[in-house]
Design a protein around this ligand. Structure first.
Ligand code: ADP
Ligand code: MG
Length: 679
């Protein structure tokens, strides 16, 4: 490959090969329009529509007699098709035979009515999927990917067979097969015009070997990570430019505050506070992420920083993702702050009344209120708690405020450090890597659903001993998915089962006031069991709660279960986390068992990531960042670090990107999409 051995990152953006698609080849106007509506107008756009996988069609294996481990790619002749209808549903059954052998396999698709129009006996078919043994004998693939080979099409062999073939995500009317042909033709055309596309782009679509493909993937993944890191580096520079109030450490008040705490700060808490106070004294806005596992004591760090702001004569705000949490912070901080003469006010959707600004104070509210200045005022320090939903875009919006506040973001999302650099690359990072002393470890038990009654006995015993419990369900109400247990239905059951102990139902659809009163009764120990959804996932802190029971546990991510588990083990009593799998989810117990062994969020997150892939962890939804399509995390963490270092180097040496006008236009495009609507 031409680019092999290159020392720095060279995004494949721009160059003579990048031209409007309308100028390349003969694509029908309607089809061009369909591509344009997917955002594809240039050859670069098209060539960056990467395949989701490849199939080795250089030679097809013989039909296996037992199901092999991974997915297979097989070629055969369709000998029989059958459509079976039952009610509104249907099943399409196809028998595929080896061209020269006698072996056959079955393929099955459910509820795809159009299949008989496409698949018929006699066709030469390639299928891709996982084989299973059928009870009555033989092998079957459910819902395989398939492609009908057109033997007579002129260059069919060249593009669709006898090579490692790309499978692209469909785009409107463009099937993977049609896209493959189009991309192939565009590549040939560029070559003929003597403006060949970069080697990596040719190889990612039509690699000569698996090694070549991996080499291209790595190179392009580096490019996409680099672009993403450049966007973040620029955002970071933007966020920390401008002036912010200088907050000097007021040793006296801080000492007084720390002394009244019922415990001594851990070394990690002190170290992190040092970093925060250094930031606050600089006269430039702080933009810092405080990362620490569930229960590591982030709140007290934030509270100490807020006391610092108040001592310097400024207001501070603390924003929580839910009303329940905002209320809890309010109760706790009021207890800590009022002895110092610091006034604390709560602002939630339910309590929006304006109070006249009466000097410096601490305002506590939900994220949503952050952007309404009349309720929050202009705090010099904004703390954002437990914020997976508070992404780069929201942070950009916050730092567009005038005057620009110091921002401290707190997160327990258990992600490896390097990944944190990606998700929060616009922030400086502080880590609480030490747990407060005196925690009793939580015992985690993963059990099949038929152990429910045993679990219920155990739960009841704990309540009898004076403890409290959380019971968590995946949905509020029974819906179409009958296999999922619902909090509302289960609440009826538990209420009777646990009586005379009082139970309550808590979920996101209750009125704010109702939620508040349930939580305060639970905190006070009057309510003993809380039947809920994941509204309790983050932050809720009740030391007397010692049992967490989760049903349909397989429906939750491991990282999420770890968060939930953090609701117990907060006091001196031994705590339990019981994870019950749903019916028919027995095979998912393996994954859950990771939680029986691991107790720290980081190793769990890594295991989860390895098992499930990053999924949307790095997708636009969570982070508001450009989607990463070729990088595979955590496998490519080294690449991510390289991209980050390179982006930082470039942004320091050439912040105006004068040496890289090509990159300038790519980044501007991303930023427009990301920060649209932000002043
Ligand atoms: P999180 O980091 O999950 O937000 P919290 O701030 O809610 O954790 O702290 C969890 C519990 O640990 C709280 O009850 C808090 O009072 C307690 N805590 C915090 N710091 C210390 C410490 N240094 N020593 C003992 N307990 C602490
Ligand atoms: Mg917290």
């Amino acid at each position: 490959m031409k680019a092999a051995g290159k020392s720095s990152v060279l995004p494949t953006c721009g160059g003579p090969w990048d031209k409007p698609l309308a100028e390349v080849g003969e694509i029908a106007p309607a089809r061009l329009k369909a591509l344009a509506s997917e955002g594809i107008v240039s050859t670069a756009d098209l060539l960056r529509h990467y395949p989701r996988r490849h199939e080795d069609r250089t030679k097809f294996p013989a039909f296996p007699s037992a199901p092999p481990e991974g997915p297979v790619c097989l070629r055969g002749i369709v000998v029989e098709t059958k459509m079976i209808r039952f009610g509104r549903r249907c099943q399409f059954l196809l028998t595929l035979a080896e061209e020269c052998g006698g072996a056959t396999i079955r393929c099955r698709w459910f509820n795809l009515r159009y299949l008989p129009k496409i698949l018929q006996a006699g066709q030469d078919l390639v299928v891709h999927g996982r084989l299973r043994a059928m009870k009555k004998g033989g092998l079957v693939i459910d819902h395989p990917d398939f492609e009908v080979l057109e033997k007579d099409a002129p260059d069919s062999g060249l593009i669709h067979l006898d090579r490692i073939v790309p499978i692209h995500p469909s785009l409107g009317p463009w099937s993977p097969r049609a896209l493959r042909r189009l991309i192939f033709e565009v590549l040939v055309r560029l070559e003929n015009d003597e403006t060949p596309a970069p080697d990596e782009l040719r190889s990612i679509h039509f690699p000569g070997s698996w090694e070549e493909l991996e080499e291209a993937r790595v190179s392009l993944a580096l490019d996409e990570l680099f672009e993403m890191q450049c966007v973040l580096a620029r955002q970071r520079a933007r966020q920390s430019s401008g002036a912010a109030p200088i907050i000097l450490r007021d040793a006296e008040l801080l000492a007084k505050f720390v002394k009244q705490l019922p415990f001594a700060l851990t070394a990690a808490q002190k170290r992190v506070l040092g970093q925060i106070f250094d930031d606050l004294a600089r006269g430039r806005p702080m933009n810092r992420l405080l990362h620490g596992d569930v229960g590591s004591g982030k709140t007290i760090v934030a509270a100490t920083a807020m006391v610092g702001a108040l001592a310097a004569g400024h207001s501070a705000a603390l924003m929580a993702p839910t009303q329940v949490l905002a209320h809890q912070h309010y109760e706790n901080l009021r207890r800590l702050f009022e002895p110092l003469g610091i006034s604390v006010v709560l602002r939630t959707a339910a309590r929006k009344e304006k109070t006249p600004a009466t000097g410096p104070r601490v305002v506590i509210g939900t994220h949503a209120l952050l952007f309404s200045p009349d309720t929050v005022g202009n705090p010099a320090l904004v703390v954002i708690d437990e914020q997976h939903k508070f992404g780069v875009k929201q942070r950009a919006k916050l730092s567009a405020k005038e005057p620009h506040p110091h921002v401290l973001v707190m997160s327990a999302t258990p992600i490896p450090r390097t990944l944190a650099l990606t998700l929060y690359g616009d922030l400086d990072l502080s880590v609480l890597d030490e747990m407060p002393p005196g925690r009793t470890p939580i015992k985690t038990l993963v059990r099949p659903h038929d152990k429910l009654s045993e679990a219920a006995d155990f739960l009841r015993k704990q309540l009898d001993e004076g403890r409290q419990a959380y019971l968590v369900y995946p949905v509020i109400e029974e819906g179409r998915r009958k296999e999922l247990k619902a909090a509302t239905t289960e609440f009826e059951k538990w209420q009777k089962l646990l009586a005379p102990h009082r139970s309550a139902l808590l979920h996101g659809r209750l009125e704010a006031e109702e939620k508040e009163s349930i939580m305060s009764d639970f905190r006070a120990g009057q309510i003993r069991a809380l039947i809920s959804t994941t509204v309790i996932e983050v932050g809720v802190d009740v030391a007397n709660a010692t049992v967490l029971l989760v049903e349909n546990a397989e429906r939750f991510g491991l990282a999420q279960l770890h968060q939930l588990r953090g609701r117990v083990g907060r006091g001196s009593e031994k705590s339990w986390c019981v994870l019950l799998a749903g019916k028919d989810a027995e095979e998912k117990l393996d994954r859950l068992q990771i939680l029986e062994k691991a107790s720290d969020g980081f190793s769990i997150a890594e295991a989860d990531l390895e098992l499930r892939g990053p999924g949307d962890l790095l997708g636009t939804e969570q982070t508001g960042l450009p989607p990463v399509r070729l990088a595979k995390l955590p496998r490519d963490l080294a690449l991510l670090e390289e991209a980050r270092a390179e982006a930082q180097r470039l942004m320091t040496e050439d912040p105006g990107l004068n040496t890289r006008p090509d990159l300038q236009s790519r980044l501007t495009l991303w930023e427009k999409r990301l920060f649209a609507g932000i002043a």
